[in-house]
Design a protein around this ligand. Structure first.
Ligand SMILES: [Zn+2]
Length: 411
């Protein structure tokens, strides 16, 4: 009897713990995470059939998004035992798909469509003998009018809690206590979860490089005992761009550093570059890069309608002017320090409208550490030893930046 009680107490504890952190805990088998072992598409004359083979019956909700056309499937937290290698092969109206964690305890699959199409049916097939569970989604191509009609009837998709209003209404910044308060540095590893970012020539994911780098940089900064470090994500999870900005502001950040490693079609191009926010881009490449990085929310199947004007308002806020100057001066110090360890592009510091740099009161930079499309950059960024050198260079730049700021602030 006591065993039963103990077990139910244990379950209650696990349940509570799961609630606290958003149901992501899966202590060694305490409850098994469902897994997906196969993703398969079948092209039929009247429909495209998607089949997910899974370890158990997967609850699913779906909705469609326009501009560009997408179908989104929301699923429980899934262990994806499938490769994404053939995900852009194309099947009828489906151009390709992505999958991964979307929010704590939730996975998402996004289908990119070549034209308007709707989920016609979704159903489960129970396993016979030793077969897996199958989740079947039937998709039918349609016309623009029918698609628009479905969208207008559809409830707003339930994404992770939209970025708090904190983005627009400044939260009180923590008051400096004591003579030498630790500076708060927010490090933002780009991409994550369902959004892998760039994929290297040898298959390295940008989201993994940025996270590894962020963790090393946190260790380096913490060891210098002058900083309090906050990461926008500490694991492989998707976070909206506005949420990243909101986290920096809620933490009362003195500096925000977003880490990335891009890829481009020309595999010869290599080197790092540093970006700060500007209403006008310094050149076309910077503008293109910002447009690409700003697509992260789109990639994850987030409905962006109604967000663009807010972002525009933040951008033209005059209060931002001073922050932009601080960002630019940090970028200059950063280029100087990083130049000792890293190759740079010809124009090492550039400007463009990156959504993630739009906190009006937090100096913010975005570092493209190198190109994953270049094999040498990819190999370098994949080693902990190189990332450590880079972490030290960035930390030196942070030291110098605050030293200079404190000197000029003194009467
Ligand atoms: Zn990126």
């Amino acid at each position: 009897m006591w065993i039963k009680k103990a077990i139910s107490a244990l379950y209650a504890a696990v349940f509570l713990a799961a609630l606290c952190v958003g149901a992501v805990i899966s202590p060694d088998g305490a409850w098994a995470q469902p897994s997906v072992s196969t993703i398969r598409f079948g092209v039929h004359t009247d429909k495209i059939r998607l089949v997910l083979e899974a370890s158990e019956k997967l609850p699913v909700t779906s909705f469609e998004l326009g501009e560009p056309y997408r179908i989104v499937l929301d699923l429980p937290d899934i262990d994806w035992k499938v490769s994404a290698e053939e995900s852009d092969k194309g099947w009828g109206v489906v151009a390709g798909y992505r999958f991964g964690q979307f929010a704590p305890g939730r996975s998402r699959m996004v289908l990119d469509l070549k034209g308007p199409a709707l989920v016609d049916k979704a159903f489960h097939i129970a396993p016979k003998a030793k077969q897996p569970w199958r989740l079947v989604i039937d998709i039918k191509a349609t016309d623009g009018a029918a698609f628009a009609a479905r969208l207008s009837k559809q409830e707003a998709p339930k994404g992770p809690a939209p970025a708090r209003a904190a983005v627009l209404v400044p939260p009180p910044r923590p008051k400096a206590a004591g003579p030498q308060p630790r500076k708060i540095i927010v490090i933002d590893p780009g991409h994550g979860g369902i959004d892998p970012g760039a994929i290297g020539r040898k298959g390295v994911y940008e989201k993994r490089i940025t996270l590894a780098m962020a963790q090393q940089l946190r260790r380096e900064l913490t060891s210098r005992k002058r900083y309090q470090v906050v990461l926008t994500r500490d694991r492989d999870v998707f976070i909206r761009l506005r949420e990243r900005v909101a986290m920096a502001r809620a933490a009362g950040a003195d500096l925000f550093i977003s880490l990335h490693a891009d890829s481009i079609s020309n595999s010869k191009v290599r080197g790092a570059s540093v970006y700060t926010l500007s209403e006008t881009s310094s050149d076309k490449e910077a503008a293109d890069l910002a447009a690409k990085e700003n697509k992260a929310d789109l990639i994850a199947g987030v409905d962006l309608s109604g967000e663009s004007t807010e972002v525009a308002n933040i951008l033209i806020d005059l209060a931002q002017r001073e922050t932009m100057n601080h960002s630019a001066s940090f970028a200059r110090v950063l280029v100087d320090e990083m130049a000792e360890t890293s190759r740079f592009l010809k124009k090492s510091h550039r400007f463009a409208g990156f959504a993630v740099l739009k906190a009006p009161d937090v100096p913010s930079v975005l570092i493209e550490m190198g190109y994953l499309s270049n094999s040498r950059d990819e190999a370098q960024l994949s080693t902990a030893a190189y990332r450590q050198k880079l972490a030290e260079a960035i930390a030196d730049a942070i030291d110098n930046y605050f030293k200079r700021r404190d000197q000029t602030a003194r009467p």
